[in-house]
Design a protein around this ligand. Structure first.
Ligand SMILES: NC(=O)c1ccc[n+]([C@@H]2O[C@H](COP(=O)([O-])OP(=O)(O)OC[C@H]3O[C@@H](n4cnc5c(N)ncnc54)[C@H](OP(=O)(O)O)[C@@H]3O)[C@@H](O)[C@H]2O)c1
Length: 335
């Protein structure tokens, strides 16, 4: 009888635990490990002030917001992207909202595609600050076009920006971190870094390449416990990523106005990236529902994931062909 009541209690405890986890998951906007770290782990404010952080893609969207948050908490910054005037604007804002001085924010214009300039760029950051504690590989471009209608040059450009450009910069900075035996390299991949997405086959390929590369170099650095290689995979986030996406031709821009209403606010995404960095997490998923479910399905139940993606994918293509934002209408229905 006593045994029965103990086992009964255990069952009730398990059911309660399961219901709590389910509730957490329904409300979650990131993988549960990251949310746990946000609640109980190190805060960015306790780990990042004073660090020298180099952010690529700093002129817009997620990169710009990362710079604002890092500036507020007192990190010294190197800002990179192609557009110098936009970097100047971001620097000005960083100085306005923080106690940083002019010398604490360095502008390093850089094209990820032009790997021949990356060594000089790295040297200029090192000359100015004497060290690089954290590299955030955030610069990148997406894609909105069907494979059969897209010229191969677009695929080459996506690989060069999102994968090779990032690998090149990582190589130069990593050498410095190996010499110091410490440092953190965080790369912003995407949900497409490990799932297949219609209209973004070249983008997905470049982010898959990036993740394979980063997971492999992490294993090569196993004897450097104080060097961390992290991958962040966001779902849809408010930014200019859709407007700046490649289309069928390499020199054409996407013309459809992006619907921002269903996307995660940029501030929240940047905050969760900083929590990832502060806690040395190796891979994190940052996304509202229903995208977060898709991450988990692809990881743990790929057959169901294929079934679902085929249905959602057909709607995406239909929207795209009608000149709408690929995702907006079906997501509004699910909200
Ligand atoms: N927003 C999302 O929904 C989402 C989801 C998953 C992953 N991501 C990833 O998040 C990262 C940031 O994107 P975002 O959403 O903030 O988009 P965004 O607003 O378009 O910002 C992209 C940034 O990358 C820079 N960039 C583009 N091409 C470059 C090049 N050839 N060389 C150097 N910098 C370059 C841009 O600056 P310049 O134009 O000045 O060069 C800009 O600062 C990207 O890696 C993207 O793939 C975004």
């Amino acid at each position: 009888m006593e045994l029965l009541s103990v086992s009964g209690l255990l069952v009730v405890a398990c059911v309660l635990y399961f219901v709590m986890q389910l509730f957490r998951f329904i409300k979650a906007d990131a993988d549960l490990t990251l949310l746990w770290a946000e609640r109980f782990g190190f805060s960015p404010e306790s780990k990042l002030p004073g660090n020298v952080v180099w952010v690529t893609g700093a002129s817009s969207g997620i990169g710009e917001e990362l710079c604002h948050q890092l500036a507020r908490m007192g990190s010294r910054l190197a800002l990179s992207s192609r557009r110098k005037d936009e970097l100047q604007r971001v620097k000005q804002k960083c100085l306005e909202i923080s106690n940083l001085e002019d010398k604490d924010v360095l502008i390093v214009p850089l094209d990820l595609i032009d790997a021949s300039t990356h060594q000089a760029a790295t040297e200029s950051v090192l000359k100015h600050f004497g060290q690089i504690d954290i590299l955030i590989n955030n610069g990148g471009r997406s894609q909105r076009s069907l494979f059969v209608e897209t010229e191969l040059e677009v695929y080459r450009a996506l690989i060069e920006v999102n994968y090779l450009g990032t690998a090149s910069l990582t190589k130069h900075v990593l050498q410095h971190m190996i010499d110091r035996k410490k440092g953190k390299i965080i790369s912003v991949s995407s949900i497409t870094g490990f799932i297949g997405v219609p209209l973004s086959s070249g983008y997905a390929a470049s982010k898959h390449a990036l993740q394979g590369f980063l997971n492999s170099i992490r294993t090569e650095l196993a004897s450097y416990p104080d060097i961390t290689i992290s991958i962040v995979c966001p779902g849809p986030v408010q930014s200019k990523v859709v407007e700046n996406a490649f289309t069928e031709k390499v020199c054409e821009n996407h013309t459809t106005k992006a619907d921002q209403s269903y996307k995660m606010p940029t501030k929240r995404c940047a905050r969760l990236i900083l929590v990832t960095i502060a806690n040395n997490l190796l891979e994190t998923w940052i996304s509202d529902q229903p995208y977060l479910v898709i991450f988990y399905l692809w990881q743990y139940m790929p057959t169901w994931a294929w079934w679902l993606t085929a249905r959602v994918g057909a709607r995406r293509i239909q929207n795209f062909k009608s000149g709408l934002d690929a995702d907006s209408s079906y997501l509004k229905k699910t909200k």
